[in-house]
Design a protein around this ligand. Structure first.
Ligand code: GAP
Length: 461
């Protein structure tokens, strides 16, 4: 393993362990031995995830006049997935090791070992794997042929004879509401429909913590445009809006890069697809997909019109034109954003000969904003500290903690990324002031209790 890979793996391990230790992300169903690399969010992870969700909704729905939000169902008409091509073609290539029975993504194995991108070429992949690659798990070289597996989760619905699927992306639920949105809200083109919600993919291998999950959340927008306008400046603008959003979460611009899909790899309808990748702490590529942005032309609306028999068009009353809009699709996985924010926030610092671990989240996404800590468990301190907590918690997300030494409590708050700790000490009883400690600088300031709410509001604005 290269030095760089080892260093990256070190960070990965530290983050996974901190997430479990401090209640951000837990391996799911652990008491039953775990379930296929599934994860669940603990109290701080749920707060962090919700904060990211709300910021996205604010930036892309509430703060804009041209985008509306919806919340569609997970179970959708099976015809929708025929129209979108998922029933036929939402496949990944798998290959099994006949010795240890471990299953791998065939295209990923080839890419990792030879650097070649053979997506979709099953025969070529089989040849290379069988001739050149040893099983990463057991070291033997006895492979099945590479074959396709549809990634949609099948289920049943009473009263429906066909199989019904858990949606593999949220986009489908947006396209089928195009007509309802146009008829009920009469939006002026260009306009977007946004949605946040769960998506399910029966990934061949779920791995790398919360990067590749079988159940995950997406935040997607279908942005409908006039096919006759110059779309390239708008495409660039969307890339910038996605990057801006990443920066708001504390991600640094040098942790991001753009990857444009080569023209010969694009779907036949797509004019351009660019991924914004993040320097995730695993793998050999250095960067992996965080956001996607695709120009999908009129493929989806045309297909849904064909399969449903409904007209899916836009009437431009100003120019008296009727047309099928084209669409730009900005998309991002919420779990990947949570992961990237954790990586960006993670820091280790030398403090008085020791080490502190701190998550330097921007205040907007920090799970807890203020911790109230009485210096001792004596009632003369816990009583005013509780009163303070009861008042402050009506304004900020607060936590009250009276266990262990103050140093240990500071470290714990650093590790969950709390921007401010408020300590009630014996002097408080005489001077009616508390000590406010800043997470990043560790500087402490004495603030009068009567001025504390305004002080914190300013700091946390
Ligand atoms: N509607 C387009 C679409 O679904 P995608 O690139 O397949 O495109 C969009 O997925 C985003 O969803 C990705 O950029 C990624 O952030 C996230 N994503 C995809 N598969 C995922 C998985 N198995 N686990 C977590 N996030 C995933």
């Amino acid at each position: 393993m290269s030095k760089e890979a080892k260093e990256k793996n070190g960070v990965m391990e530290k983050i996974v362990s901190l997430c479990k230790r401090r209640g951000f992300v837990f391996p799911s169903c652990e008491i039953y031995g775990g379930l296929a690399n599934a994860y669940g969010y603990g109290p701080y992870g749920a707060e962090l995830k919700n904060n990211i969700k709300q910021l996205w909704w604010k930036k892309f729905v509430h703060d804009r006049e041209d985008i509306v939000g919806i919340d569609g169902p997970i179970l959708l008409h099976p015809k929708l997935w025929e129209a979108s091509g998922h029933t036929e073609g939402f496949n990944d290539a798998l290959v099994d090791c006949k010795e240890c029975k471990k299953r791998f993504r065939a295209d990923h194995l080839v890419e990792e070992f030879t650097g070649q991108d053979l997506e979709g070429q099953l025969e070529e992949m089989t040849k290379i794997i069988q001739a050149e690659i040893k099983c990463p798990e057991c070291g033997k070289q006895n492979w099945t042929e590479a074959r396709n597996l549809n990634m949609m989760f099948k289920t049943e619905m009473n009263g429906i004879s066909e199989a019904v699927y858990l949606r593999p992306e949220t986009a489908g639920a947006i396209f089928i509401e195009f007509k309802n949105i146009v008829d009920s809200l009469r939006p002026k083109i260009p306009f977007g429909i946004a949605q946040i919600g769960k998506a399910f993919r029966n990934e061949i291998v779920a791995k790398n913590f919360i990067f590749r999950l079988r159940e995950f959340e997406q935040m997607e927008i279908e942005y409908f445009i006039d096919p006759e306008v110059d779309w390239e400046p708008l495409f660039e603008q969307w890339l910038q809006w996605q990057e801006e959003f990443a920066l708001e979460l504390g991600i640094k611009s040098n942790q991001l890069r753009r990857y444009e899909h080569p023209k010969d790899k694009l779907s036949h309808y797509s004019k351009k697809t660019v991924d914004t990748e993040f320097a995730f702490p695993f793998g050999t590529r250095g960067y992996e997909e965080l956001f996607g942005l695709a120009h999908r032309a009129d493929f989806d609306l045309t297909q849904h019109a064909k399969f449903s028999g409904q007209k899916l068009e836009y009437f431009d009353a100003v120019n008296n034109r009727r047309f099928v809009p084209h669409v730009l699709e900005p998309t991002v996985g919420l779990d990947r954003l949570v992961f990237a924010s954790l990586v960006a926030a993670y820091a280790e610092e030398e403090v008085k000969g020791g080490k502190r671990v701190v998550l330097k989240f921007p205040v907007k996404i920090a799970p807890v904003k203020v911790a109230i800590l009485p210096l001792s468990k004596k009632e003369e301190l816990t009583k005013p500290a509780r009163e303070l907590f009861n008042n402050l918690k009506t304004h900020f997300i607060c936590e009250y903690d009276e266990t262990q030494s103050i140093g240990k409590r500071y470290r714990r708050q650093d590790e969950i990324g709390t921007p401010y700790c408020v300590t009630v000490d014996f002097e408080t009883l005489t001077d009616q002031a508390v000590t406010v400690r800043d997470r990043d600088t560790m500087e402490q300031e004495r603030v009068k209790i009567g001025e504390l709410e305004v002080y914190l509001k300013k700091k946390l604005a």
